[in-house]
Design a protein around this ligand. Structure first.
Ligand SMILES: [Zn+2]
Length: 372
């Protein structure tokens, strides 16, 4: 992967380029941030730069044999560890072709995307002690090409404690010229002793303009639409693409939002239950996007009420609904709304039952809309 194919993140690219140029590469790095910000693509570009035989000023060359090997995910000194469902494969190498396929198809992907790919039953993927033994074995080998050995551990927060302790030992006494790149979506879940041994590379969200022009280029959709998708995607490419990819992606979000608010306002319990039913059938990513979308729309109502139309970031159709709906959102109920939808998002990430979750949101919305 070339740096130029990583979307945005220019400051971090410069920082990593400088590290390599100055030959001050830290042996353990923790790339952290939401997968949709580009943690894995940035790690892959960094690894490619470490191996590149003729790096350019701002990127690896992309044409030397090392670059080609990294691009094909076949470089003999580049190793990967990632979570696997133990019943399917105890070690990462057992799923290496699925891993390569995923990255070649789409290097921006979440752990949900990964589980869906490797296990139709969506079991619980972990990095187990079997993998840590593999890591020890691989890192003991001399590097094939005499340069760096790089190990990318994707989602290290999924290491169980036995594995974490083994990895910690290797991090304490790293083999020569070995670079560990831990790519984490939730570094808070890593044990402190591992975190403290790594140089932290915190990825910020992708800037709205960058994300919006990327969507325009890839999906050939209107600027207005790209901007409104970007407005609630929180700099997260995976989330933005999920909406942009489907023809009526944004339309469907808007309709679901309107149905929720209308039926809750009318206290129409049958409609509310039907709505919760249909939401529960959606995929998890889509459910999460809906919650983010709702938070965004509620905020836009508030912006309209307190600051006027010019600052509202919505499409023309959304503006239509907001102009009628915004009087029902005020300082009186916005905090409760925000709290309920934030909490739902948090619960969804922890595998809460989505039927119960969306039913609860209906009744909460009903209560908050009628709060005087
Ligand atoms: Zn090269």
């Amino acid at each position: 992967m070339l740096f130029q194919n990583v979307i945005g993140q220019n400051d971090l690219k410069q920082k990593l380029l400088k590290e390599v140029k100055d030959q001050k590469v830290s042996h353990a790095q923790l790339f952290t941030g939401d997968s949709g910000f580009g943690t894995l693509p940035l790690a892959l570009a960094f690894a490619q730069l470490l191996f590149c035989e003729e790096p350019k000023e701002n990127d690896s060359c992309g044409v030397c044999s090392s670059c080609i090997q990294v691009k094909d995910l076949q470089h003999p000194d580049l190793h990967f560890s990632f979570p696997t469902v133990q019943g399917i494969s105890k070690i990462s190498d057992g799923l290496i072709s699925e891993w390569r396929e995923q990255i070649k198809e789409m290097p921006y992907f979440s752990s949900f995307d990964w589980i869906k790919r490797i296990d139709p039953k969506e079991g619980n993927p972990i990095i187990s002690v079997f993998e840590s033994k593999e890591i020890q074995r691989k890192l003991r080998l001399k590097s094939y090409q005499g340069g760096y050995k790089v190990l990318i551990i994707w989602m290290p927060e999924k290491m169980n404690s036995e594995c974490s302790n083994k990895i910690l030992k290797i991090l304490e006494e790293p083999p020569k010229k070995t670079v560990f790149i831990l790519v984490s979506a939730n570094a808070d879940l890593l044990i402190e002793t591992i975190r403290s041994r790594c140089q932290v590379v915190q990825l910020p969200r992708i800037k709205n303009d960058t994300l919006s022009s990327h969507l325009m280029k890839v999906f050939k959709i209107s600027e207005e639409k790209c901007k409104s998708i970007t407005a609630f995607s929180e700099g997260n490419l995976i989330r933005a693409m999920e909406v942009a990819e489907t023809q009526d992606g944004e339309e469907a979000l808007k309709d679901a939002f309107i149905t929720l608010m209308r039926s809750s306002y009318k206290k129409n319990v049958i409609e509310m239950m039907n709505w919760a039913d249909s939401m529960a059938k959606e995929g998890k990513e889509r459910q999460k996007i809906f919650l983010k979308y709702t938070l965004h729309m509620l905020r836009q109502c508030l912006v309209k009420n307190y600051m006027g139309d010019e600052l509202v970031q919505v499409s023309t159709e959304e503006a239509d609904f907001i102009s009628k709906f915004s009087p029902f959102i005020s300082g009186n109920n916005i905090r409760e709304f925000m709290k309920a939808f934030d909490e739902a998002f948090y619960q969804l990430e922890r595998n809460a039952n989505s039927k119960i979750l969306f039913t609860l949101l209906c009744f909460q919305s009903m209560r908050y809309l009628h709060k005087q």
